[in-house]
Ligand binder design. Structure first.
Ligand code: NIG
Ligand code: FE
Length: 396
């Protein structure tokens, strides 16, 4: 079961190919042949070549989780309790808690501690089917701590089998001196991150309690001037104009979109920018669901992510994000699979994965069941039996 390669938009998100009794040939981590098992090329009897019988279960492309904040220290359990008792998320942030409390804990941790904390989270995402995972900085407070977060991602890249894609996130401004801070981000932090190759893209939280549209424009423009791609947290609580800005700048993706309306949907549909929805936030914060149904119907390219983080989405499963996008955001199972594979990869600027066709990375999942729709159906039990990265079973 596979979508076609590359980003899919609108109705094309529903066009999956089902191959019955299929076989897949992997060479050097890439799909070399795929088709009916009876027509599979005969392998020469050479050492190093192996045949694996998956037992007739459904095989789908490995998922990409295009939005995580998987590195943090401390916890937000007291926040969680206060929130369910009625204190709004934005109010906690305005009072110096929320994201700012995670920033204090994360800034106090060294790289080794951050790596040790993040590793089991990334392993859980991989077991849920994520073979490519984006990881953001953004809990750094000062630049040294931001760089330590990105160094932790670099270390994790050598320890975690999934592909990790690092993003520099400019998350919330300091309480004093925000103009100087934004200038230093543009003139010091971004050039250093680009020079050291520590991130592929820059993201900004564009929101009333975070950065304004004009501050966001300055940061994203500096990122592009330094050769980095751009993406954005926008319309989580208020549609301020960030979505329109990121589309105009040719951003890879705009993420959240819970407060998006007609104008933002139209801007995304008219652009190449991926609209990434994060159903874990809707569930955990009780926010409105991002309008994924309307986005697909308008012709946009929609992706799904976990937004794994301690404050707004403690969701450790890419499969569950996919399944929730069907319930909360109105995607069909086929659209949700496309949103979690080729479209999620496109949200990271990647077109070499997410489809089971010749030439793509051999990242794929064998489910427990013969019907791929169990991936979108199952809640709270992992329907993924085996995760293959570059043709290698993670269990072996
Ligand atoms: O994507 N909204 C901003 N940033 C994160 C939440 C971070 C946090 O609460 O710690 C998000 O939801
Ligand atoms: Fe986020």
């Amino acid at each position: 079961m596979t979508p076609p390669p590359g980003p899919q938009r609108g109705g094309a998100m529903r066009e999956l190919t089902v191959l019955e009794d299929a076989a897949l040939l992997v060479r050097d981590g890439v799909i070399a042949w795929v088709g009916p098992a009876g027509e599979a090329p005969r392998l020469p009897n050479t050492a190093g070549l192996g045949t694996v019988d998956l037992g007739g279960v459904a095989v789908v492309p490995g998922l990409t989780d295009p939005h995580t904040h998987a590195i943090w220290a401390g916890d937000r359990l007291a926040d969680f309790e206060a929130r369910v008792e009625g204190v709004p998320y934005e109010e906690m942030l305005a009072r110096g808690g929320g994201i700012r409390s995670t920033m204090r804990a994360t800034a106090a941790a060294g790289v080794a501690e951050l790596v040790a904390l993040a590793r089991p989270r990334l392993d859980a995402l991989a077991r849920s089917g994520a073979t490519t995972i984006e990881v953001k900085s953004g809990y750094g407070l000062d630049f040294g701590a931001e760089l330590r977060m990105l160094e932790a991602v670099r270390t994790l890249q050598t320890r975690v089998p999934a592909t990790l894609v690092p993003t520099l996130l400019i998350h919330v401004p300091p309480t004093e001196g925000r103009t100087a801070y934004v200038r230093a981000v543009c003139e010091e932090l971004i050039p250093e991150v680009a020079h050291e190759g520590l991130a592929d893209a820059v993201d900004v939280f564009c929101e009333r309690e975070a950065f304004t549209v004009e501050e966001t424009r300055a940061i994203l423009t500096a990122a592009q001037a330094n050769g980095l791609r751009v993406k954005l947290h926008a319309d989580q609580f208020h549609a301020l104009g960030g979505t329109e800005l990121a589309c105009a700048l040719g951003g890879l993706s705009v993420d959240h979109l819970e407060a998006s309306g007609e104008a933002q949907i139209a801007a995304l549909a008219a652009s190449q920018t991926v609209a990434t929805v994060l159903p874990g936030v809707t569930l955990h914060l009780g926010l409105p669901a991002a309008p994924a149904r309307a986005l697909v119907d308008a012709g946009a390219c929609v992706a799904v992510g976990t937004d794994l983080n301690p404050g707004s989405s403690p969701l450790f499963s890419a499969q569950l994000a996919l399944a929730l996008a069907v319930r909360l955001n109105g995607l069909t199972p086929a659209e949700a699979l496309t949103a979690s594979t080729v479209n999620a990869a496109a949200a990271l600027g990647l077109t070499d994965r997410g489809a089971l066709v010749v030439g793509q990375r051999a990242d794929f999942l064998a489910l427990h069941s013969p019907d791929w729709r169990d991936l979108a159906y199952t809640l709270g039990l992992n329907p993924v039996r085996d995760v293959f990265v570059g043709g290698q079973n993670l269990k072996e």
